[in-house]
Write a protein that binds this ligand. Structure first.
Ligand code: PLP
Length: 390
């Protein structure tokens, strides 16, 4: 007996793989600085934890409605309507355990064999994984470093075809930390306005930005009807382990997602949703403090990386990743990431793990303390004479 062929088309996230390797080195007594995992290092704000505990005490420990607690869905709809400048209702909201299930469910609901899916490269590895799993055709669009890791819109336009069923956007982005400029989103909205395509707009980092607030493609005329907004609590409120996310989408698609939910996880944990209500309705100073701290770290890591021979790093506009070009080292990025882990004790990710156009880059997550970040940069600098001499 063996599993079906399509399981072999699924990919994993290298972040989890590198974490295991790093932990194994630590078990041998090595000191490792963790810049591999995409998870805020801050605790979940206290009032959210307390709301979760109170919910457990109050008995929010049973099955709940499949699409989410109605009050919570209304609250999410109001939040999305306000922050994106659009009008959506609670019935457009599907609450799920994390942001990822929205990719999984909506792509199952939309894609058939042979459908084409446009998506950024490099990007979150699960996009391509799901496209291949469903027998659809991946159409990666390279992100251009010179354009702040945005698309070349001419390439985008050329790749748009009659077979394009879905376009995936991610802004602010993993792994490059880029924010798609408003005028680019407008150009994309114009390109697809009259086409029968859907957009999966992954906005999981929507609250983590520095100089310019990201725009959602839904704010352009006619786009709400064509878009699934993916967002959640993992990054914004440092709630990765709570598993709480949501999608906002047209009703016909929400119905399909809810059916898939009944057939898989039934519903999202009720007490987690109560904590989510406290997150949205309570004080937001925890988010502000976290982003202020990320900004300091971003400046420090980018400055430090740019002083390392062979590294060239742009200032990311959002999320908490630095994505230096390391081609100047002359070492393939996979090999370099291994060297940095094994010899410098700095866990980081090979850019090619995010798509073929990520080759030549390394992703550093700066969700770690400033002293650790400075120490990581120093450790890399110390071994850099290896490639600097060549
Ligand atoms: N989308 C992107 C771009 C991400 O980087 C991540 C997590 O790393 C997710 C979605 C998934 O978030 P969650 O942990 O809520 O499933």
């Amino acid at each position: 007996m063996q599993v079906v062929e399509k399981i072999s088309r699924l990919r994993i996230e290298t972040a989890f793989e590198v974490l295991v390797k790093a932990r194994a080195l630590e078990a041998q007594g090595r000191s490792i600085i963790h810049l591999e995992i995409g998870e805020p290092d801050f605790p979940t704000p206290r009032h959210i934890v307390e709301a979760g505990m109170r919910a457990l005490d109050e008995g929010w420990t049973k099955y709940g409605p499949t699409p989410g607690i109605p009050e919570f869905r209304d609250m999410i709809a109001a939040h999305i309507s306000r922050t994106r400048g659009i009008k959506v209702a609670g019935e457009n909201v599907c609450v799920v355990p994390g942001g990822k299930p929205i990719m999984f469910f909506t792509m199952i609901a939309l894609l058939e064999e042979g459908d084409e899916v446009i998506y950024p490269d490099p990007s979150f590895p699960i996009y391509e994984s799901m496209i291949r799993f469903l027998g659809a055709k991946p159409v990666p669009i390279p992100l251009v470093e010179k354009r702040g890791f945005s698309f070349d819109l001419d390439v985008f336009h050329k790749k748009l075809s009659e077979k394009t069923k879905l376009i995936i956007l991610n802004s602010p982005a993993n792994p490059a930390g880029s924010v798609i400029p408003k005028e680019d989103l407008k150009a994309i909205a114009d390109m697809v306005h009259d086409k029968d395509v859907m957009i999966l707009s992954d906005e999981i980092y929507s609250r983590i930005w520095y100089e310019t607030e990201p725009t959602s493609i839904t704010s352009f005329d006619g786009m709400v009807e064509k878009t699934i907004i993916l967002d959640g609590f993992s990054k914004t409120y440092a709630m990765t382990g709570w598993r709480l996310g949501f999608g906002v989408m047209p009703l016909w698609l929400a119905d399909a997602v809810n059916i898939l939910t009944v057939n898989s996880n039934s519903c999202t944990a009720s007490f987690t949703q109560r904590a989510g209500m406290a997150a949205l309705s309570g004080p937001q100073d925890g988010v502000t403090a976290m982003v202020t701290e990320f900004a300091k770290r971003r400046n420090a890591i980018v400055k430090g990386l740019n002083e390392i021979p062979g590294f060239r790093c742009q200032l990311p506009a959002g999320a908490f990743y630095a994505f230096p070009n390391v081609t100047g080292t002359g070492i393939p990025s996979k090999q370099l990431a291994d060297i940095l882990l094994n010899d410098a004790g700095v866990a980081c990710l090979n850019g090619a793990g995010f798509g073929k156009y990520g080759e030549g880059y390394i992703r550093f997550s700066y969700a770690n303390s400033l002293p650790n970040i400075l120490e990581a940069v120093e450790r890399i600098r110390k071994i850099s004479d290896r490639w600097a001499k060549e």
